[in-house]
Design a protein around this ligand. Structure first.
Ligand SMILES: [Zn+2]
Length: 320
């Protein structure tokens, strides 16, 4: 009998879980806010009990047929099942996540980086369906990514490869959460867009951005910048244009290194697609070597918020 899959997407603010059929449909799913008020371990305890309840309520099947995949933001040592670092769970660095979950849940579980899960979800059911060479990029609070070569996600020696967001575009650029400077993430993430809005505000620019933040610049996120761009705010448009150029540089590097057929872009910041993709494709066209640039397609996510659930379930489906 075919296994029934549970895909879990542990994001920065919300946790989503879904029952996924082996052909990639999601008959049931739930979403709830991630509660970090009592720390990472309490959040994990909550996740385990939600997951147990979800399995009991939604599957009603024999336990031997269930497999669970969990996508989580952070560096994951796939060999040892460790959460090496995680931007959202700073108190769980080095946490033996795989063993912790497996002790509490009796079904087979596999953990994977959330951006790798996004990438695999898009390859399975979304915009990269049928591709054997493609990359995924998630533009959220940070920038994540995944690289698929010959149909397999690239893990590297310890499982931590494919950190697309931390390719260095400017060695003298702003500090990044990873400890480096000028990574793609500091330019193309929601936090990067917010930083640019704050800088512009100091110079007295971006009136509509400030208005969207109800007059309080501290409340401004990339979403307010997006809203201001829709109303034609010049500063907001400029911020997305510049963000798009840096994203383009990141894509040029990916294209030269991996010669992908497709690059799929998702994450909440990608909703501002129309405001950055023009400058992105311009940079890609200008700077990519002939032969590669004509073939590569740069496309938007098709699975949207479900990509993470689907990709996590796909990893579980492929469990030996
Ligand atoms: Zn970085």
């Amino acid at each position: 009998m075919e296994p029934l899959l549970i895909g879990v997407d542990v994001g920065g603010t919300n946790i989503r879980m879904g029952v996924v059929t082996p052909d990639g449909h999601i008959p049931k799913k739930i979403e709830y806010p991630m509660d970090m008020s009592r720390g990472g371990l309490a959040m994990m305890e909550g996740l385990v009990s939600r997951l147990q309840d979800f399995i009991q309520q939604e599957t009603g099947r024999d336990r031997s047929e269930i497999r669970i995949g969990i996508g989580i933001a952070g560096s994951i040592d796939m060999k040892r099942g460790l959460l090496v670092t995680s931007p959202n769970l700073p108190d769980l660095h080095g946490f033996p996540l795989q063993a912790y979950l497996q002790e509490r849940i009796s079904y087979p579980i596999i953990i994977e980086n959330d951006a790798n899960a996004f990438t695999l979800g898009e390859g399975w059911k979304g915009a990269a369906k049928g591709s054997r060479h493609y990359c995924g990029i998630t533009l959220g609070t940070g920038v994540g990514g995944g690289i698929v070569v010959e149909g397999e996600i690239l893990h590297g020696s310890e499982g931590m490869g494919g950190e697309v967001g931390h390719m260095v575009l400017n060695p003298k650029g702003p500090l990044c959460g990873c400890g480096g400077r000028g990574c793609l993430e500091v330019y193309a993430s929601g936090s990067g867009i917010r930083r640019r809005a704050l800088e512009a505000n100091k110079k007295g620019k971006g009136k509509k951005i400030l208005k969207k933040g109800r007059g309080d610049i501290k409340k401004v996120t990339s979403e307010e910048v997006f809203e201001a761009a829709k109303e034609g705010d010049r500063t907001a448009l400029k911020i997305f244009n510049e963000m798009g150029r840096y994203l383009g540089l990141g894509l040029v590097n990916l294209i030269h290194l991996f010669n992908p057929e497709k690059i799929v872009i998702g994450g909440k910041v990608s909703k501002a697609w129309d405001y950055f993709i023009g400058s992105t494709t311009e940079v890609v066209h200008q700077r990519t070597m002939k032969g590669q640039r004509e073939k590569v397609q740069i496309v938007q996510t098709e699975c949207g918020d479900d990509a993470g659930i689907l990709g996590a379930a796909y990893v579980a489906l492929k469990l030996e």
